[in-house]
Design a protein around this ligand. Structure first.
Ligand code: ARG
Length: 479
């Protein structure tokens, strides 16, 4: 078929044979990259400004083109149905150009001067990821805020902590919840860090070697809110580190979320009984009338697997890929979209779920005050009496064994009984192993002593405030 009969193709000039129809349909990215329309329009407007400055467009043509691109964005509501009706569009770049041609005519054909789809997709994806990072950071701040509120509302409520899933020492419920705040602070900082690194503009990199026009690349970079142009055209068109880092940061975040989900699932069982699942976030069983199932925590535990999957796909895709652009990279889009959607969904339910949690503090306290959880505090008591810790450990171990045999806690043993294990025991032993003393002996930064935890709460709140204050306006669609 002569190429004049294939006007809709972007690259038909050197071809004489038509594409295999099945292959043609199969290789298209428009069925999923349609969601990059806002990014594609913004990047196209930025490029139009750059080529106008290079003398390719007159001022009037630039104005028409910018207005036309705005119209394309305003008039197009892309849905899978619309996408199905545009079989001629190979990808979002092609679609946008076709639409622009409908709006402003042949002037649209000048837009592609000095640019390549390789730099376009690299730019669109950076813009998408930057937005997704900002949305995730907002969601994380909200969730941190509800965790901090919940921790604060727990006051001096206590619970057992666990190592090896065996009861270890009593801790404040607030101390336990602040663990997750620490994890999320690291997740936020990873995303902030990745955002800084990726905030450079690929436009002007051309297909591989740089634009074939002497473009002022700072024009497009500035218009899109980037810190500047990327320094190497081969890297810019082949790099997907920003997508990899984004999905890897989300994978780590997903790991944290799944730990939280797992603990709450466990603590809501009758065996632990530390909380009643909020009905608004639970479902029943169609078979067993008594059931209230932790679907929310189970589902987010499951969804964290998708986040890990996205990171793995990206890493596998990039590994061993020769420079520069290769079509394989097209496969990197869907995992990024899926990860962004998945984390957005998870962070939409986690803050209200967290705010609705009501703990059974009585059950938690009972579990924290039985089973010799004050044994370490008891050993510490002996060290203050000059007993070397190893020996103190042995003496308290013997006392615990005696307690187990006689069905009593350490505080129930008489002084005479205790003295069989060590002459250093005296009356003040009992006050050193109360619940309060057991908490407060952990008087270090990061420990569960009551005043340390209230300081930690205030610090966490302050860090959240500082971070929220730093949030800039990253919108670019209006340029
Ligand atoms: N849809 C393509 C992608 O996502 C756009 C870039 C195409 N470039 C090319 N040289 N075929 O990767």
């Amino acid at each position: 078929m002569p190429n004049e009969q294939q006007p809709a193709k972007m690259w038909s000039g050197r071809f004489r044979e038509p594409l295999n129809k099945t292959f043609e349909e199969w290789q298209r990215s428009f069925p999923f990259d349609w969601r990059l329309l806002p990014q594609e329009v913004a990047a196209s407007k930025a490029h139009a400004r750059a080529i106008a400055a290079a003398g390719i467009l007159t001022d009037a043509e630039l104005a028409t083109m910018l207005d036309g691109l705005d119209q394309v964005l305003a008039q197009t509501t892309l849905t899978p149905a619309v996408v199905a009706e545009a079989p001629e569009a190979e990808d979002i770049h092609h679609f946008t150009e076709l639409q622009l041609t409908k709006v402003i005519g042949d002037l649209a054909l000048k837009l592609h001067t000095g640019r390549s789809r390789n730099e376009q997709i690299a730019t669109d994806m950076r813009l998408f990821v930057r937005d997704a990072i900002d949305a995730t950071l907002t969601g994380l701040r909200e969730w941190r805020s509800s965790l901090i509120d919940l921790a604060e509302s727990a006051g001096e409520a206590v619970m057992p902590s666990y190592t090896h899933l065996q009861r270890a020492e009593p801790v404040l419920v607030a101390h336990w919840l602040l663990t997750y705040v620490s994890q999320l602070e690291r997740d936020s900082s990873r995303l902030v860090d990745a955002r800084k690194r990726m905030n450079l503009c690929p436009l002007g990199s051309g297909a591989i070697a740089g634009a074939t026009l002497a473009l002022d690349r700072t024009i497009a970079a500035k218009a899109l809110g980037f810190d500047g142009p990327t320094p190497n055209s081969m890297d810019a068109t082949s790099d997907r580190d920003f997508a990899l880092e984004f999905t890897q940061a989300l994978a780590t975040l997903g790991i944290h979320i799944s730990r939280f989900a797992e603990e709450l699932t466990l603590y809501s069982t009758a065996e632990f009984g530390f909380l009643d699942l909020p009905e608004a976030f639970s479902t029943g069983s169609s078979a067993m009338p008594q059931k209230k199932n932790p679907d929310l925590t189970e589902l987010i535990r499951g969804k964290s697997g998708r986040l890990l999957g996205a990171a793995t796909t990206l890493a596998t895709l990039i590994k061993g890929l020769p420079l520069a652009y290769n079509k394989d990279l097209q496969e990197g889009q869907e995992p990024v979209f899926d990860a962004a959607d998945t984390i957005a969904g998870m962070l939409s339910v986690l803050p209200p779920f967290t705010s609705s949690l009501r703990f059974r503090y009585d059950r938690m306290q009972a579990a924290a005050t039985t089973g010799y959880l004050n044994a370490m505090a008891a050993a510490t008591y002996l060290t203050h009496k000059g007993v070397p810790f190893r020996k103190a450990h042995e003496k308290i171990g013997n006392a615990v064994r005696f307690g187990l045999e006689t069905g009593r806690e350490l505080g129930d043993l008489t002084l005479d009984e205790l003295r069989k294990f060590g002459e250093e025991f005296s009356e003040d032993f009992y006050e050193s192993i109360t619940l309060e003393a057991t908490l407060d002996c952990h008087d270090v930064i990061g420990g569960t002593a009551r005043h340390r935890v209230s300081q930690a709460l205030a610090d966490a709140r302050e860090r959240l405030k500082v971070e929220a204050g730093k949030v800039g306006d990253s919108r670019y669609v209006s340029v």
